[in-house]
Design a protein. Structure first.
Length: 477
């Protein structure tokens, strides 16, 4: 009989990597970093980045999660080069390979209780004792309930492989038992199908999280048993929370969609994730082109990478400053989901964009920017007590009354006119410009901190500016 394995033998002369998420939840930060590192590696070497959906967990896999994961990758600018492989659509091929292994004596049927299939018991890890390994043919039947186990070769030498990040790794054969490759319900195990599908996709490098190191020896044995070329492996360091524990919702949002809705820019998030475990000197900010040109597995560390939310905020702020005001408005509407039209009803499009320009360098996320605009639009409900105490005295009311009179006499509210008018008033009152500018800012925004007073007056316009100044003035009497 012709072996099914021959057709699967591959050449790894070209770089081919893959990202293989399971559609059992939204794409999380760790998954996005794995996808990014694979994508950067492929682009740096002029290779191919492929995508495989591992949906063999029928009970937990959902189309909505697959769509969400694909949308997250698209948002992050991570594109794949060939049609997506859907693992469940290759089920017949998986079954055929399992049967081929049985026929060649490299696997055997196991009739032991199903509760032992996943290798865990109430007492901890279960090591299979080989009960069914040498059952006589008279006691075997494909019609009885059974799983399929891979037969570890009797003369198996230590399994050695070179991890492109961690160096040489050696695993003694006595650390392995005859592991399940197909459950008794007919569903394949992860270590089995990942080998079959990676070979089918001609994957040259498997770049994944360090939690898969323990799977690698089993997979190497399966590659060898099937006659497949063994790819090179690289296991990325874990992402840890600020406290050094495994990243969780307690110390960082894990869904990529949460960061999108929170107003983080995709290029900022990818820049930050690229620096989690990889470095290029002390450089922190990279264009996408720089990341592609500079990325290498040699500069990926072995230790867990600490997730620092404050650093992510800083990087996001840097990218926000580089965005045009109209780009930020688009992100605010489409990514954050902020309904500008129904929320900032008193402002024209010109005013909205103008206030974005004034405040984008003062915030860290687009959602924070949106909230800032909402508060600014609605006007101060209270005034910051420290600001009022620092910048008002017994004469401030008189200064503001004269300011109202002067502004009422001017219909042109440009920056240049306002600057000239208010400077002239301060000269007549014999006070410094700041003595009037700060109370104006408090009147307009509720606090003494913020953008320039003349830019604010110009954007608010005459009617709103006078209304807010008068309202603040009423609190000083």
């Amino acid at each position: 009989m012709t072996s099914l394995f021959v057709a699967e033998q591959i050449s790894v002369s070209s770089i081919r990597v893959r990202f293989a998420p399971s559609p059992t939840g939204h794409l999380h930060i760790g998954g996005l970093r794995t996808a990014l590192f694979n994508w950067l590696f492929a682009r740096h070497h002029g290779g191919s980045f492929l995508l495989r959906v591992e949906d063999t967990d029928v009970t937990r896999s959902k189309k909505e999660y697959m769509d969400s994961q694909l949308a997250s990758l698209a948002w992050a600018g991570i594109t794949y080069d060939e049609p997506i492989i859907i693992q469940s659509e290759r089920a017949q091929h998986h079954r055929d390979i399992a049967q081929q292994l049985l026929q060649e004596g490299k696997a055997y049927r196991c009739y032991c209780p199903p509760q032992k299939e996943d290798g865990d018991t109430d007492l901890g890890y279960y090591r299979y004792d080989g009960t069914c390994r040498s059952l006589p043919a008279s006691e075997q039947s494909p019609h009885l309930p059974h799983s399929i186990r891979f037969k570890i070769p009797d003369s198996q030498e230590p399994i050695m492989f070179h991890d492109l990040i961690r160096g040489e790794i050696v695993v003694s054969p006595d650390q392995l038992d005859d592991f399940i490759i197909v459950r008794s319900d007919g569903s394949p195990m992860y270590n089995f199908v990942v080998v079959i599908d990676d070979a089918y996709m001609r994957i040259s490098h498997v770049i994944r999280g360090e939690e898969h190191i323990s799977n690698t020896p089993k997979q190497i044995l399966l590659y060898q048993a099937c006659g497949y070329a063994v790819p090179q492996f690289a296991h990325l360091p874990m992402i840890l929370g600020p406290d050094g524990t495994k990243l969780s919702k307690r110390n960082a949002a894990t869904s990529v969609l949460e960061y999108k809705r929170a107003g983080y820019l995709p290029q900022a998030l990818c820049n930050y994730l690229a620096r989690l475990g990889w470095s290029h000197g002390d450089q922190e900010i990279f264009t996408r082109e720089e990341l592609v040109n500079l990325f290498s597995l040699e500069h990926v560390g072995k230790k867990g990478a600490i997730f620092d939310p404050q650093k992510l905020d800083w990087i996001n702020g840097v990218y926000m400053k580089q965005c045009s005001d109209h780009e930020l408005l688009e992100i605010m509407v489409h990514d954050v989901g902020y309904d500008v039209k129904s929320t900032l009803t008193a402002w024209s499009d010109h005013q909205v964009v103008g206030f974005i320009a004034l405040y984008k360098e003062r915030v860290k996320t687009v959602r924070e920017l949106a909230e800032c605009l909402r508060i600014l639009h609605d006007g101060p409900q209270t005034y910051d007590a420290e600001s009022v105490a620092a910048w008002t005295d017994a004469n401030t009311g008189t200064y503001l009354e004269q300011l109202v009179t002067v502004l009422n006499a001017h219909d042109v509210f440009t920056h240049e006119v306002l600057l000239a008018v208010i400077k002239d008033l301060c000269k007549k009152l014999g006070i410094k410009l700041v003595a009037l500018a700060q109370p104006i800012r408090i009147a307009l925004t509720g606090t003494s901190g913020g953008p320039g007073v003349f830019e604010l007056l110009n954007l608010f316009g005459k009617e709103t500016s006078l209304e807010r100044i008068k309202k603040f003035l009423s609190t000083l009497h």
